[in-house]
Write a protein that binds this ligand. Structure first.
Ligand code: ADE
Length: 235
């Protein structure tokens, strides 16, 4: 398996560098499974104050990130290696869900562009990126947290990142269902007991029980995840 590489372009690199130094991602990095590079967009600014934004044509509140530094950054990176995608983190984008995380985890090299202020010059979106991704229907002050969320969801899927190879596959959403409940010792905590079936040692029955629990939980909490007809509606 080739190493994955993610290049993040941001005007606020400090927001991300400390975050990537910790957590599961650091483990993934030290195992040589992924490289994450955070770049300060200001290094590609041609302005003497290293500015990367300007007032919007036509007036209005807020600043707009300029096309030139972003173009120069992406051109330089693309000159160094091939990229599968250049993704702009934006509330207007395709919603990040487990299937999209799975798809992105199969890619080799990714560029993630974080917007700030009001957003980016529309020509960035027209000419320089392959996809826009949103992490939810709410507006953040910038794309950095969204890029961190995307990286986490993608990197933990890379083979070898999570200790137990099967655990990423039994996650909520991975089979389209929420995960069943888990318990650990003690089997009885002040009268709060663990379902007998989990203590029975019958693995096949336990698997059936877990699937039923996953179905039931999904039906109760997120029926829209179920195929039509299984969500309790007329379908
Ligand atoms: N930038 C600002 N809000 C965002 C969101 N919800 N998802 C991705 N990027 C964003």
């Amino acid at each position: 398996m080739e190493q994955m590489r993610i290049d993040i372009l941001t005007a606020l690199p400090d927001l991300l560098t400390s975050w990537f130094g910790e957590s599961i991602l650091d483990r993934a990095r030290s195992k040589g499974l992924v490289e994450v590079h955070v770049h300060d967009l200001r290094q590609w600014s041609t302005d003497k104050h290293r500015k990367v934004d300007d007032y919007p044509f036509g007036g209005g509140a807020g600043m707009v990130m300029q096309v030139e530094p972003i173009h120069r950054a992406i051109q330089q990176l693309k000159g160094e290696r091939a990229y599968d995608e250049a993704i702009y983190m934006s509330p207007d984008g395709q919603l990040l869900d487990q299937p999209l995380a799975n798809t992105l985890s199969t890619k080799g090299n990714l560029i993630l562009l974080c917007g700030h202020y009001k957003g980016v010059d529309e020509r960035v979106r027209e000419h320089l990126i392959t996809r826009e991704v949103s992490i939810g229907d709410y507006v953040l002050t910038g794309g950095e947290l969204a890029a961190a969320v995307l990286c986490d969801a993608v990197i933990r899927l890379l083979p070898g990142v999570i200790g137990d190879e099967t655990s990423a596959l039994s996650d909520s959403f991975q089979d389209g269902l929420l995960a069943p409940p888990d318990y650990t010792r003690p089997a009885d905590y002040q009268g709060w007991t663990v379902p007998d079936i989990l203590l029975s040692g019958h693995q096949a029955k336990i698997d059936v029980w877990r699937h039923q629990q996953a179905m039931e939980r999904t039906r109760q909490r997120r029926p829209s995840l179920l195929p039509p007809g299984e969500d309790g509606s007329a379908g």
